[in-house]
Design a protein around this ligand. Sequence first.
Ligand code: GLN
Length: 456
Amino acid sequence: MTKIADYISKNARQNVVEAIKRANDNSEYHALLSLTEERALERADAVDRGEITGRLAGVPFVVKDNFLAFGAPTTAASRMLEGFKAPLQATAVEKLEAEGAICIGKANLDAFAHGGSTENSAFGPTLNAYDKTKVAGGSSGGSAVVTALDIVPFALGSDTGGSIRQPASFNGVVGVKPTYGTVSRYGVVAMASSTDTIGVFTTDAYDAELIMDIMAGKDDKDMTTLPDFFKPTAAKSGLKIGLITETMTDDVDLEVQQATLAYVERLKSAGHTVTEVTLPIVQYALAMYYIIVPAEVSSNLARYDGIRYGHRAEGVANLAELYGKSRDEGFVTENKRRIMIGSYVLSSGFFDAYYLQAQKARTLLVNEFNKLFADYDVLIGPTTPTPAFGLGENTADPIKMYLADIMTVPASLAGLPAISVPAGKSAAGLPIGVQLVGQRRSDAMLLALAQSVEEA
Ligand code: GLN
């Protein structure tokens, strides 16, 4: 697979023309919703004339279509925002552009990032890079697939409960979900504000470090951003690593367990110690997540009323009908399910029983993680219980779909950095990923650890 360095000091126009050709040649995967060809070529020519310089000068990339970016509509893969032209660009995109990177297109996702397979896209699913009968994963499925197919060397995604890590593991690439607040969320369509993070897909952990280094930092336009703490670092030796036993039960696919144990062996031969640890409260993490996230979703999606922006229904008799019909036509089933669950758990009779309980349980989860991090530097486990599942396999049963998020939601609820790294393939040739989780702000250390394993 190609790396960012393969594009540096090359003719930028050629980089862009070739990336767009690869995108078009691979259109059957439906990884991209649009190309930003005209703007990309203009920027490429500016790079070639020496007017734009930087650490990523002339490097093509793709952004998930819930990032506001110029050159194509920002749809969040929904009818609600179909054709929506961004009035500004996301801070993350601006920062990459300031270093000379060139966005060539917008990647498919589950509508409003609700999902784990990209099958909830209003415009049709993305196919897995290794097997077209399997899902790409999600919600950032398109970004994972364009990276895995070498269309571009990196792609941006958002991760609220696993949307970068899970598709990264399903497509054999590196996926980074940083510490909550590392990268500005300004200009990214909000899903659940207390767990939304911005991260990246790359083909190795060195490139991930470079992109995170560029994107990280305080942004006055996002009050949750942390002062820039992300500093590339050398790999530490002799780390204490905990293998979370709750992620290695009989419910987890045997090949996934074996790949995880093989990765553990590589960590051990690199001189780290790996011991089994337990995090009993993770059995409740999905229940917490699927209360808290819909609550925040229902609030964030309230802005789509058919009046201020987005889809507006026609042929309505009154205001209530305008709201109702616009939202009915603009949202997919999964969006509506979450709005309903969220409104329910926040309603006066049920707030204490559901939302408040979930928030209290979330605090217990944070405490359990903190207790482990008193003794361990890094926690490890599979990124997902199975390799990529079949298209249509889980769509009829939302609970089955939600179960696929069991490994990734704990770090999201606790705001911890977590990365998924390739750890081999199943007998059927499907990629398997393992997840490394660290304490808040240990992002660079996790990437350095992954680099040292890649090298060995
Ligand atoms: N699959 C998870 C969900 O459906 C994660 C989504 C995300 O991280 N955006 O909520």
